[in-house]
Write a protein that binds this ligand. Structure first.
Ligand code: MSP
Length: 535
């Protein structure tokens, strides 16, 4: 028997995006964040599965295709491809792209439906109410805006429905759900969203309809093909289908064997009820264990209003990436928007943040440090003894426990904190160089001192780059390569080793004598150009 520690498994999902229109920066936001979390776990050597995909059924999609006069599948294929193209541009390393029109998904939905039906949780009854096609959700009359508009899609009128539907007995799960939330206080995050859900459930749960008539674009209800399965019932199961390995037969047993339960469902706050109430109840009914956590983040707004495909006030992520690069976009959204809160996009702030942090604080620091090492140490990492640095050395002391604080930040999905902790060390390096003035030490022929100063700075930059790599992988690979490493943070196999994390997340790793590469700027200063105007 070997004593190998078991590999930690970690699975994370983004929502499966509606394919009613091409993606915008709001849809890209969750995916960027999920990619950062997945990359962080890969960096630690965990076995990671990141799931994203598209939600392709339902009336909303049927209508989008009709408007263009093309077949729904053709429409879905085109938009699903545009999501994928965006993920490539944003440097998102997903493991699975789940499409709800896939035939294997149909098999999973049928099997799941049968389990819930066998459990006595499905029945036929009359459904009356106001329906928002953009939300694909019934609304209570008191939620509606004046004139019968949806509170989320404020330019869309709700539609009256009166039809026979199949229902899911959500009301049977009230107590079990309350018990779930009480026993797992972290199941819904952040706290404010948890409270919203608790009070919603406390008001009493009503059964919800899980079929539609007059919507052709969906899977038929087994044994009653006049109905199609409600898009949300189908879509949530897309997370399960995504778990199948390509060679697996599409059964629940196969899907659930390795990465279930999913650790984190990352979603926006508008779809919290589906994930934190309906989804666990559906799983309970089917006798399947529950995911670890549902995190509902805020909205990206433009001039205070939710950006959305339906509202048509979006920012095109492709234009943003083409202008500024994937790392710039990733850094801004991760650092500047407190994860969980709404955040307004403002291009001036975007440019100022990137220039201050990436071009000035980090970029100039690297450049000047490499320049001095070239001049004073022939581009070799100075040979020093780590033990010669006292524990209260300004950079060593910050660097020594930086990774603990950063790990805590990533684990609690507090990315602003991650950036802040790392940039504190970066700024401390700049201050330290100014105070120590290695150029004067060199003139005074204090070569040992010059070497100690430069080593401490280079090593701190290395550590910062390592810990920032899930957020800005291209820039960090560039920094590592300038420091003489061959590591590429986009190579997921290479970086996915626990021993590597163990070593590189500590302060004092740079090897004396390592040859540094020719310095070049990692990030050019940006100038403000109005995104709404033509480039
Ligand atoms: N298809 C459903 C999800 C099914 S999951 C099994 C859906 N799709 S969506 O395309 O409308 O929205 C997907 C996600 O994008 C949601 O989490 C939503 O909150 C998020 N966002 C859409 N607009 C957004 C912003 N303006 N800001 C931040 N996130 C936003 O709902």
């Amino acid at each position: 028997m070997t004593n190998q520690p078991e590999t930690v498994k970690f699975a994370i999902t983004t929502p499966l995006y509606y394919v009613n229109a091409a993606p915008h920066i709001g849809s890209a936001y969750t995916t960027m964040v999920a990619d950062v979390v997945a990359r962080f776990h890969r960096l630690r050597g965990h076995s990671v599965l990141m799931i994203t995909g598209t939600d392709e059924h339902g009336q909303k999609i049927q209508r989008s295709a009709e408007k263009q006069g093309i077949a729904p599948q053709q429409h879905c294929d085109a938009i699903a491809a545009s999501f994928d193209a965006l993920w490539q541009k944003l440097n998102v390393q997903y493991d699975r792209f789940s499409r709800t029109t896939a035939s294997k998904h149909h098999a999973i939905v049928k099997e799941f439906f049968a389990r819930v039906q066998d459990n006595g949780d499905i029945y036929l009854a009359q459904q009356q109410g106001w329906y928002c096609v953009s939300c694909e959700e019934f609304k209570e009359e008191r939620e509606l805006l004046e004139g019968g508009y949806c509170p989320i899609h404020t330019n869309q009128k709700v539609e009256w429905r009166d039809e026979d539907n199949y229902f899911f007995r959500l009301s049977q799960y009230q107590e079990k759900l309350e018990q779930l939330y009480a026993e797992n206080p972290d199941f819904i995050q952040p706290e404010s969203r948890r409270n919203e859900v608790l009070s919603f459930v406390k008001r009493g749960l009503q059964d919800f309809s899980i079929s539609r008539i007059n919507v052709e674009w969906g899977f038929p209800i087994p044994h009653d093909p006049n109905h199609t399965i409600y898009v949300w019932f189908d879509a949530l199961l897309g997370y399960v289908t995504a778990l199948l390995d390509p060679e697996d037969a599409p059964t629940l047993e196969n899907a659930l064997k390795t990465y279930w339960p999913i650790d984190i469902h990352l979603i926006g706050k508008d779809i919290l009820r589906f994930h934190a109430v309906y989804w666990p109840a559906m799983l309970m009914s089917a006798g399947i264990s529950l995911p670890g956590k549902v995190f509902g983040h805020g909205f990206l707004t433009k001039n205070g209003r939710k950006m959305g495909k339906t509202l048509g006030n979006t920012i095109d992520p492709i234009a943003l990436i083409d202008r500024y690069g994937a790392d710039a976009v990733r850094y801004y959204f991760l650092k500047e928007i407190e994860f969980g809160q709404d955040g307004d996009f403002n291009e001036t702030r975007f440019i100022n943040t990137l220039n201050a942090d990436l071009a000035n604080d980090l970029g100039n620091l690297l450049n000047r440090s490499l320049g001095m090492t070239k001049k004073y140490c022939q581009s070799q990492v100075p040979e020093v003894r780590i033990s010669d640095f006292p524990n209260n050395h300004p950079l060593k002391s910050m660097g020594t426990d930086l990774s603990d604080r950063v790990i805590e930040g990533y684990e609690s999905l507090n990315f602003s904190r991650v950036c802040e902790e790392i940039f504190n060390l970066i700024r401390a390096c700049n201050k330290y160089i100014d105070e120590q003035a290695p150029w004067s030490l060199y003139k005074q022929k204090q070569q040992d001192e010059v070497e100690r100063v430069l080593y401490a700075v280079l090593e701190s930059i290395r550590l910062c780059a390592y810990l920032l790599s899930p957020i800005i992988p291209n820039l960090c690979s560039d920094i590592y390569q300038q420091l003489g490493f061959e590591l590429d943070f986009n190579n997921r196999t290479l970086i996915n080793q626990p021993e590597l994390f163990f070593k590189h997340s500590c302060w004092g790793v740079l090897a004396g004598g390592q040859t540094l590469n020719q310095p070049h700027p990692i990030f050019n200063k940006l100038e403000l150009r109005d995104l709404d105007s033509n480039p």
